[in-house]
Design a protein around this ligand. Structure first.
Ligand SMILES: [Zn+2]
Length: 466
């Protein structure tokens, strides 16, 4: 135990040095730990070459200048490696002011590389040859290389755990620097809700059949569906659906942040603000759109744009730390979105973010397949980066869903796609979640359960409609 404590202290000290000087300390492997954690698979240990000296000395392998490092991801990967590489680079840049370059493994091999996933470098190949169970990952130094390895979601998990253990600003609890370890899930404190307006299961399949290599949300462990009906007959609109997701109340179409009796009802964003959290509302559409508006305003007519903006201005005046981002069909919001994630998670007690991709719905209304593909792909890009972010902030629930399906998009017997409606439908929409307790979304749930779940994280167990 003493040795472990010593290592923790050494690593804490190194962290401080790292923060002050931008110098990076990679950690050597410990063959004993590797053997135990990997289930004693003798001969499978990638570790061992550098184990001379006392345990504490052997734990520190390389003292190197981080600006010499390049982050490498596998070129052919359809997984989370590239987004994780981008996030790691952004994170290190935020912490140290040094921006590491990111390259795929088709680039010439250098000495100082942080390898993410199954790259074509020998250090990665060795890591890939081990046996991994659920939520297993590997973080080790191999010479001057740093190897971060995990399969599927755990590719991002390895990067996230590397960030929180080695370059995070919280308690460092590293006692093993090599060998397969489990990803450390935390009790939930924060929440990120991502809404693809109008996105049904078929829209995801359409994008995957038309160039999207994978829909990254599908790497999350819990997959279910959301029942979208409002209190109006027929299908819901975005206002009633967003009110259900934001406030936990089923309501009448057109109502924003208001129940059927036209009473304003509290949103999870307001709840987060009340407990001292930072909040952000980010949309690729405008802020008075029904989806973002349901998190910012209370009104019985989604078309009263002027009144909605007045209420938003009031919120802006009252809540200093809040982040808003709006886009247009051709203005990407990705950089602003990344900045918003950084802002709400820096020096904060906790946070809530809602992100909306607003244009899937619009193009599905007009039955335009190509732009739907483009918007689902753009949503996927934001999702991949958010997954990397959440793996580095594992006290954050990630809920990725849609408000309703638009266009009645059907996959026909011959595998082609056909829109069967110009409007919203009552078809259940996809739900993908990450975080402790989000397993409840592994089956079909009412949309109101989303707000209730998030409110519960924020300490409110009686939220929304009874
Ligand atoms: Zn619509």
């Amino acid at each position: 135990m003493k040795a472990k404590l010593m290592k923790t202290r050494i690593l804490a000290l190194l962290l401080v040095l790292f923060m002050l000087t931008g110098t990076f300390y990679a950690c050597n492997s410990d063959p004993k730990d590797a053997g135990n954690a990997a289930g004693g698979g003798a001969g499978e240990n990638a570790a061992g070459e550098n184990s001379a000296g006392s345990e504490s000395e052997s734990d520190i392998l390389a003292i190197i200048n981080i600006q010499d490092y390049t982050i490498i991801y596998p070129k052919d990967s359809i997984g989370l490696e590239q987004a994780s590489a981008d996030y790691l680079s952004d994170y290190i840049s935020d912490k140290t002011g040094k921006k590491l370059s990111v390259a795929d493994d088709g680039s010439a091999e250098g000495q100082y590389e942080i390898l993410i996933g199954d790259t074509n470098r020998s250090s990665s190949k060795e890591a890939a040859g081990l046996n991994y169970g659920e939520n297993d990952l590997l973080i080790k130094a191999d010479g001057a290389k740093v190897v971060l390895y995990g399969k599927d979601l755990m590719a991002a998990g390895a990067v996230g755990q590397f960030i929180s253990q080695y370059i995070g600003d919280a308690d460092i609890q590293v006692s093993k620097s090599a060998g397969i370890v489990k990803f450390e899930m935390k009790d939930l404190k924060n929440a990120i809700l991502m809404i693809g307006d109008g996105m049904g299961f078929s829209h995801v399949e359409l994008a995957k059949s038309n160039g999207l290599a994978s829909f990254k949300a599908e790497f999350l462990p819990n997959k279910g569906e959301i029942i979208t009906d409002s209190l109006s007959s027929g299908a819901t609109d975005s206002a009633a659906a967003a009110t259900a997701l934001a406030c936990g109340w089923k309501t009448t179409n057109g109502y924003v942040g208001m129940n059927k009796a036209k009473e304003p009802v509290k949103t999870v964003r307001e709840l987060a603000y009340e407990i001292g959290y930072k909040t952000a509302i980010v949309t690729t559409d405008s802020l008075d759109g029904a989806t973002p508006a349901a998190f910012l305003a209370h009104i019985n007519d989604r078309n009263k744009s002027k009144e909605i903006y007045e209420q938003i201005d009031e919120v802006k005046a009252n809540e200093g730390d809040m982040v808003y981002v709006a886009g247009t069909s051709d203005k990407p919001v990705f950089d602003d979105f990344k900045a918003a994630l950084k802002q709400i998670s820096t020096d904060s007690k906790g946070f809530f973010m809602m992100f909306e991709e607003g244009y899937i719905d619009k193009y599905a209304h007009s039955n335009e397949a190509d732009p739907v593909v483009k918007c689902v792909s753009r949503y996927d890009e934001a999702i991949a980066y958010t997954i990397a972010f959440v793996m580095a902030h594992p006290d954050t629930a990630l809920i990725i869903t849609a408000d309703h399906e638009t266009g009645g998009l059907k996959i026909q017997d011959d595998g082609t796609f056909k829109f069967t409606s110009g409007d919203h439908t009552r078809v259940n929409v996809p739900m993908y979640t990450w975080g402790k307790g989000t397993e409840i979304f592994g089956s079909a749930q009412e949309n109101t359960e989303v707000a209730k779940f998030i409110a519960n994280i924020f300490g409110e167990s009686n939220f929304g409609q009874e």
